[in-house]
Design a protein around this ligand. Structure first.
Ligand code: ADP
Ligand code: MG
Length: 139
């Protein structure tokens, strides 16, 4: 099932992401794709809010590959922007959701293999502050 939403501000993206995250089961993996500045990190910030986590904790990881935030639920935030393909295999991404945390991965197109059951979120900058967010549920 694919859902498409248009947002007109960062706040709207965060609100859509919060609603989306509230419905996610424990251990869900969310693969985020979109150009630099498309809103992937903004979406993850909204997901954090939806999981009862302080959204202020979510930053664009510069040197940190994997960050974990805790609130009512746990969120693991991965940003593969600066990682090369071969290193990604060593990150142990398979185990990240094992304790029930939701796992959100930016630049997921760099993953060497598909993640079974993952939900794919694709963000596109349509100009100005308008973003298209396509959510394709895993299956
Ligand atoms: P990415 O992680 O994809 O590189 P960020 O979330 O870090 O992108 O940055 C998105 C940028 O776009 C921010 O500066 C944000 O304020 C701006 N922006 C403008 N409109 C929107 C929108 N509708 N949704 C999300 N971000 C938006
Ligand atoms: Mg980002």
């Amino acid at each position: 099932m694919t859902e498409v939403v248009l947002t007109r501000s960062e706040e709207e993206t965060e609100a859509a992401a919060a609603d989306f995250a509230r419905a996610l089961p424990a251990g869900a993996t969310v693969l985020l794709t979109g150009d630099l500045g498309a809103g992937k990190t903004a979406f993850v910030r909204g997901m954090a809010a939806g999981l009862g986590i302080d959204p202020g904790e979510v930053s664009s990881p510069t040197f940190t590959l994997i960050q974990e935030y805790r609130g009512s639920r746990a969120l693991v935030h991965v940003d593969l922007y600066r990682v090369e393909g071969l290193e990604i295999a060593d990150l142990g991404l398979d185990e990240l959701g094992a304790d029930g945390a939701v796992v959100a991965i930016e630049w997921a197109e760099k993953l060497p293999a598909p993640v079974p059951g993952a939900t794919r979120v694709t963000l596109t900058d349509l100009g100005g502050d308008v973003r298209e967010i396509k959510i394709a549920a895993g299956g």
